[in-house]
Design a protein around this ligand. Structure first.
Ligand code: ACO
Length: 428
């Protein structure tokens, strides 16, 4: 007999079905609760609420497990390429050699963007934050491909939108950076692979010969893989909820980019570097900053620490910490803030405040240090995160659509004024 949970309210008991996932995660299905009882559940921040069932990413925050489609993040980061992982997330299986070649070739055909998009880019002041530029250019794709707005288009046409956004995001990201530094943009080089092409568009001047550094390309590949999906986080839930209104893929991804921008989410990687720089400029006294982080009257938080779901360790942080050491070593970079970061981590791991609250370094604590070593400026860090997260957003949007999920529309408990009579202005 299938299991049920019960809610007792006043003199009635309501039976609620139990849903069990493939990793034995257990949820109470409250889908019929309001209809039967008039009750809703209240869960600000959705800390206990499953918004969907999903077959894309499994994570166990207590055990520090992260898997894409059943494959461990450790194995994928070590053995695969970002496009292989993207294929896995979007289409559900690891590609064969011909499948991956075909995917790569399709993407290469679409890396170029319409020349008029350059005019939009040129309209931004050079101090525009590249995340704002990126989300605007992604939204602009709806104007260049209006057929993408049709919610009933065929799976083949949806796939074309997917290929287009996968192909054009690196171009947009690199162009947002070029706009920021006031340089002319660089066109895609389709003789290079995904990461190599992006690095060239970022760092070369037009028509300049550019040799891709394999150490840099490999570090970038790893970082993108580690960021590729993370189940129902703030930006991904945003993508699904916007997409649930049948907004286009481009509009939904653009919304995800804006959600990711926030410092409590993807913006944390920039915030970490700014924090470490401030600590360095302040003399490097990590104890003083630890005390500030623990002081409830001080708004300062140790950026890059803590996670909504990882309450043991973030498996991505482990891989990234090692990658940061390797990259800095191979590139011969001696970054003083790496030492500050390690010092802070050491102190936090033995500090009762952090231990009791299960606050460990998250993926963003070390990723910024690698990006810095690769020559990527701080306000581009979140753009790099968006580039990595793109296949995850696409996969989640596609799954939501294929499952015919209903429009996302939470309820609320109203705590405002009851009905009151309107008073004319001169009588108030
Ligand atoms: N520094 C100091 N104290 C912290 C920190 C921190 N970084 N993070 C959490 N705490 C404390 C809180 O003050 C709270 O203390 P209390 O119980 O005494 O009130 C307790 O730990 C629990 O924190 P919450 O904010 O309730 O935890 P929540 O799950 O809501 O937030 C979050 C998680 C937003 C990531 C939080 O830990 C944080 O702000 N971290 C810093 C920002 C950051 O690194 N974000 C990146 C997340 S990873 C990603 O999005 C890719």
């Amino acid at each position: 007999m299938s299991k049920t949970a019960e809610i007792k309210f006043e003199d009635k008991t309501y039976k609620l079905p139990i849903v069990v996932g493939t990793e034995n995660e257990v949820g109470v299905d409250i889908g019929k609760l309001r209809g039967e009882s008039g009750l809703i559940t209240l869960d600000p921040g959705y800390k206990n609420t499953g918004a969907t069932t999903s077959a894309i990413t499994f994570l166990d925050g207590e055990k520090g497990i992260l898997r894409y489609r059943g494959y461990s993040i450790e194995e994928l980061a070590e053995k695969s390429s970002f496009l292989e992982v993207s294929y896995l997330l979007i289409y559900g299986e690891l590609p064969t050699v011909p499948q991956l070649t075909d995917f790569q070739n399709q993407i290469k055909v679409h890396t170029l963007v319409h020349e008029d998009i350059k005019k939009i880019l040129e309209g931004f002041p050079s101090n525009a934050h590249p995340m704002g530029v990126l989300s605007s250019l992604v939204t602009a794709l709806t104007a260049f491909y209006p057929e993408s707005l049709d919610p009933n288009r065929s799976a083949e046409k949806v796939n074309l939108s997917i290929i287009r956004i996968m192909a054009k995001m690196p171009t947009f990201a690199a162009w947002a950076y070029k706009n920021e530094i006031g340089h002319p943009v660089n066109y895609p080089d389709n003789t290079l692979d995904y990461c190599g092409n992006f690095l060239k568009m970022m760092f070369a001047l037009p028509a300049e010969k550019y040799d891709v550094d394999p150490v840099i390309a490999s570090a970038l590949n790893k970082l993108l893989i580690l960021h590729a999906d993370h189940e129902q986080n703030c930006s991904t839930s945003t993508v699904r909820i916007v997409g649930s209104a049948q907004a286009s893929l481009y509009a939904s991804i653009s919304a995800g980019i804006n959600a990711l921008w926030g410092p409590l989410h993807g913006g944390a990687n920039s915030a970490v570097i700014n924090m470490l720089e401030n600590i360095r400029k302040d003399g490097g006294d990590t104890k003083k900053w630890m005390a500030k982080a623990k002081d409830k009257d001080d708004p300062f938080r140790l950026m890059g620490f803590g996670h909504r779901v990882y309450k043991n360790f973030d498996p991505r942080a482990k891989i990234i910490k090692k990658a940061a050491d390797d990259v800095l070593d191979k590139l011969g970079v001696n970054d003083p803030i790496l030492e500050i970061a390690k010092g802070l981590e050491q102190e936090a791991l033995s500090d009762p405040y952090f231990v009791e609250r299960k606050l460990y370094p998250n993926v963003d604590f070390y990723s910024g240090i690698i990006y810095r070593a690769l020559g990527i400026p701080v306000d581009m860090f979140t753009v790099m995160f968006a580039l990595g997260r793109l296949p995850g957003w696409i996969a989640q949007w596609k799954e939501m659509r294929e499952n015919n999920e209903p429009i996302g529309r939470p309820r609320q408990i109203y705590v405002g004024e009851n009905l009151r009579a309107y008073k004319e202005m001169n009588k108030r």
